[in-house]
Ligand binder design. Structure first.
Ligand SMILES: C[S@@+](CC[C@H](N)C(=O)[O-])C[C@H]1O[C@@H](n2cnc3c(N)ncnc32)[C@H](O)[C@@H]1O
Length: 221
């Protein structure tokens, strides 16, 4: 049986994004936030997912961590990484953060850093980049009738965007699946908490909170 990566890569890319890319021009840079939380391991071990969608990948730290967990646990799966690779507005207006974008002629070089990190860690057989805005990627997944087992939301931290990501990606999930996300609460991330709380209240559910991750399970009714 074909593994999920081989089945899906051609749906998104005519030629593998890794083909011909020279990762030797990049030093490893796995900057991330909450990218190694134990929640990843619990989710992956309990669900044994075939398809994971990550919204918000940055330089790939959390995606590479999930990919390693999949391999360590003998799970054949694919991780679809959705990101504009343009950063959040805060990476632009906080001048102390702007260097993280690795600007080249005024445009971020994050995507290539991400590709290089994935290749250096040998996860280019699991991770598929989807360079899209989250809503647009979700529409694409819907058209393909793709049903993920796990969605990890760590893209825009703007309140309305987070609410829309919750709404859009929840509809995509199959039965017995999990949606979870980063940065629930804290002074800088009130928008994430407010959006997740509003979404959960409308569902009539309470999220489980572990450290600063929020988790919602979708069970067959
Ligand atoms: C906090 S970082 C992700 C960190 C990553 N999960 C990790 O742990 O290493 C947020 C990412 O979301 C992306 N992003 C922000 N808004 C987005 C949107 N509307 N659609 C897609 N990606 C978005 C940014 O480009 C950035 O790379």
């Amino acid at each position: 049986m074909q593994n999920p990566f081989d089945t899906l890569i051609s749906e998104f890319h005519e030629i593998s994004p890794y083909d011909g890319f020279d990762s030797s021009n990049f030093e490893e840079d796995l900057q991330g936030w909450g990218s190694y939380s134990p929640v990843f391991e619990s989710v992956i071990k309990s669900l044994q997912p075939k398809v994971i969608i990550e919204v918000g990948t940055w330089k790939g730290a959390s995606a590479i961590h999930m990919s390693k967990l999949l391999k360590d646990n003998g799970i054949s799966a694919v991780i679809l990484c959705v990101d504009t690779w343009l950063g959040d507005s805060s990476h632009w207006y906080r001048t102390e953060w702007r260097s993280h974008l690795k600007l080249k002629n005024g445009f971020p070089n994050l995507y290539y850093q991400f590709l290089a990190n994935v290749m250096k860690h040998n996860h280019d057989d699991i991770i598929i980049p989807i360079p899209q805005v989250s809503r647009s990627a979700c529409n694409w997944f819907k058209k393909l009738e793709l049903i993920p087992d796990v969605v990890y939301l760590d893209g825009s931290h703007d309140q309305l965007d987070v609410y829309l990501d919750c709404h859009d990606y929840w509809q995509l999930l199959g039965d017995d699946s999990i949606m979870f996300g980063d940065d629930y609460g804290g002074i800088k991330n009130q928008g994430v908490k407010l959006a997740v709380d509003k979404f959960c209240e409308e569902l009539g559910r309470k999220p489980t909170i572990i450290e600063n991750k929020w988790i919602l399970t979708k069970k067959k009714l």
